[in-house]
Ligand binder design. Sequence first.
Ligand SMILES: O=C(O)c1cc(=O)[nH]c(=O)n1[C@@H]1O[C@H](COP(=O)(O)O)[C@@H](O)[C@H]1O
Length: 238
Amino acid sequence: MDNSLIIALDFANKKEVEQFLQPFGDRQLFVKVGMELYYQEGPSIIHLLKEKGHRIFLDLKLHDIPNTVKNAMKGLARLDCDLVNVHAAGGKEMMQAALEGLEAGTSMGRKRPYCIAVTQLTSTSEEQMNKEQLIPVGLLDSVVHYSVLTKEAGLDGVVCSAWEAERIREKVGQPFLTVTPGIRMKEDQAGDQKRIATPNFARNAGVSAIVVGRSITRSADPVQTYQKWIEIWKGVHS
Ligand SMILES: O=C(O)c1cc(=O)[nH]c(=O)n1[C@@H]1O[C@H](COP(=O)(O)O)[C@@H](O)[C@H]1O
């Protein structure tokens, strides 16, 4: 998992995914399938990506009562992805249930997928969190609090912004994954993301993996853009 650049395949259907991946040839990538794509294509998109040898983060952000999450995770485990996630706001019992489900659904002899929890979405600002969620603390404190809860539930790490990763490591220790979306080059549009950081910043903050969507998928030459991102992320141009 460490030092991965995960490409968010936020596309409407399988055809768009194939068009995007075609110029990458046989190159094996770490890709993320989120709700936009999974709700349209279902398990078949996972089978297709696995056949091509890609590693997969299945990002469905489960958040429901523990029993429902447990049974849903049991089914998702059978897809044999590398990484899945839940919302930490669902609580410790729900997160423990997610793990139980994953373990129950993982075939004998296989390793269960890593399971991480979303703390505060990278599209959330401190002001929004205070006013809309009525959480009366600083955003960093909320993210660290959810990270501690996630660790106590036995999960493998969190989704957070690069700004919180160092503090989480100090508080929670290792091993604990910090997977960070909201990554942008200086010249990129932030769009709906509020807590953004550059790949250089993320690397210096010691995050485990970055998630990059539109900066690569919507670029004029995705293969070249991906290559540029990889070089910066891996520190070739640092
Ligand atoms: O769980 C996620 O992957 C996720 C959590 C979060 O807090 N913020 C976030 O942006 N994401 C996902 O990461 C991707 C970011 O995409 P871009 O903003 O296009 O780079 C999207 O697929 C989001 O669904």
